[in-house]
Design a protein around this ligand. Sequence first.
Ligand SMILES: [Fe+2]
Length: 195
Amino acid sequence: MSVGTQEEAKSLDGFISLDISEEYKHAFQVSNLAYHVAKEMGLEDGICSELMVAGVLHDIGKLMLVDHIYGDGDHSPFIIEELKYMRMHSTLAYGELLDKGYSDTILKSILYHHENYDGSGYPANLRGERIPLGARILRVCDVYSALRSDRPYRKARDMDTAMQQMIDEVRFFDMQVFLAFQRVVHKWEWRESKG
Ligand SMILES: [Fe+2]
């Protein structure tokens, strides 16, 4: 089970609330972070840009779930019942974006962004390097962005707390990705602290 999912399940007894403005913020945070982590890992410019796109789109399946379950309408805040539906969001996004001109790197990064390095993720329980690199990068950035954001059931963690929580659960992540991610975050936070 993923870090974020554990918290959501514990805190909401199976109910998940989606705040649309938070979802947009999260998408752009993940996009920005994924681009810089890919750069830090020395990946080609083209791949870095593809991960930027994948970051923006990675959770669109959550928005599609609302219509999937309730049909069209105004849902503010969005409430999705039952965790099992939430686990469909990466596959729904992949299906929606397929045949719309997105590269294989973008599509596979989105489809597998909830796979964990130890094989405990979804939708396919992929393990280790069987998980596409782009998805391994999105996984780390996605969890960090979620921990640093306010949720309806808890306040945002500060950088040190978020980082420590990820270290405690580092089995979920590719270590090379995680180390690059730590360097990027520390550079950013250092810059911010300098104003
Ligand atoms: Fe997701």
